[in-house]
Design a protein. Sequence first.
Length: 300
Amino acid sequence: MTGCTLCPRRCAINRSKTLGPCGVGEDLKVGAIVIHRGEEPPLVTGAGSGAVFFSGCPLKCSYCQNRQISHEADGRDISPEELADYMMLLERKGCSNINLVSPTHLAPGIRRALALAAGHGLDLPVVLNSSGYESIEGLESWMGSADIFLMDLKYGDNETGKTLSRVPDYWDRAREAIEYVWREYGPLQIDPQGRGMKGLIVRHLVLPGMRSNPFAVLEFLADLSPEIPLSIMSQYNPCFYRGALSEMSRPLSLGEYEVVVERAIDLGFGTVFTQDMDSPSTYVPDFSLETPFGDGLRIF
C-alpha cells in the first residue's frame, strides 16, 4: 500500500499515510455485513449471501446507490482477524457464500482474513463482487482465494465511463478483466441444491436513454460466449444521481428495459436473470439502519 497499484488507476499513493482516490487508507474498513437476499438466485439459495460491504471504491459513479459507504466511506476499521471471525459467523448462520462487495482497493487485508478463516475451517465459496474495473494483475492475485466472480460491465464505451464513473478507460479494462475470468473460470457452476459454487456471472445495469450503451455490452459478451450467465438489472434509481444529464434524472422505462432483455435473448444467451420494474424501490439501501435493504439480518 505504500505505492498503491491495486486498481487500474495505479495512483501510486502511499495509503499508509494518506487516502487514495478510493477514499480509504490501508486499513480494512467495512460499511456493513449483512445476510443478503438481493443477489441473483444461485447466490442466495438457503439463508442468503453473506455480504461484506467494504467502504470506499475506486470508481465514483454519479448514480451509486451505495453512496454512503462508497463515496462517503462510512464504516469502521476492523482487523483481518475480526473479519475472519465474521466470515465464520456467516457460515454458522447458513449463508451460501462469502460475498465480498467492492473489495479491490482493500485486497491484501481481505485475503489475509480469508486465509485465517480457511485455517479455522471456512468452507464456503467466496464471491468477488466487482465493479468490473480491475487489472489483470489484481485478478491474478485473487486466484486461489475467490471462487465466483460477479462482475459488472457497466458501459459499452470509454466516454460514458469517464462521464459517469470518473475513469477514462472503464470499457477497456472491464473487457480485459471479463475475458480473463471467463478464460480461467468459465460459466457459473451450480450444485444440486441450486447454489453457485464457481465461475463467472456478468451484470449490466440498464440506464435511462440507453446511456450505458447496452447493445455494445451484450454483443461483446455474446462474441466471448453466450454461455456467460447474464444479469440484466432494472434497479437504476434517479434519486441517487448527482450530475447534469437530464436523461439520468428520470427512471428507466419498461420499454427500454425490455428491448435490452430481448436483445440478449436474440443473441442466444442461455441464462438471463432479470428484475421487476419495481426494483428501484426494492433495492434502496440505507446503511445507517439495522436492515440496510429492508430485510436480511445485519451482523455488523
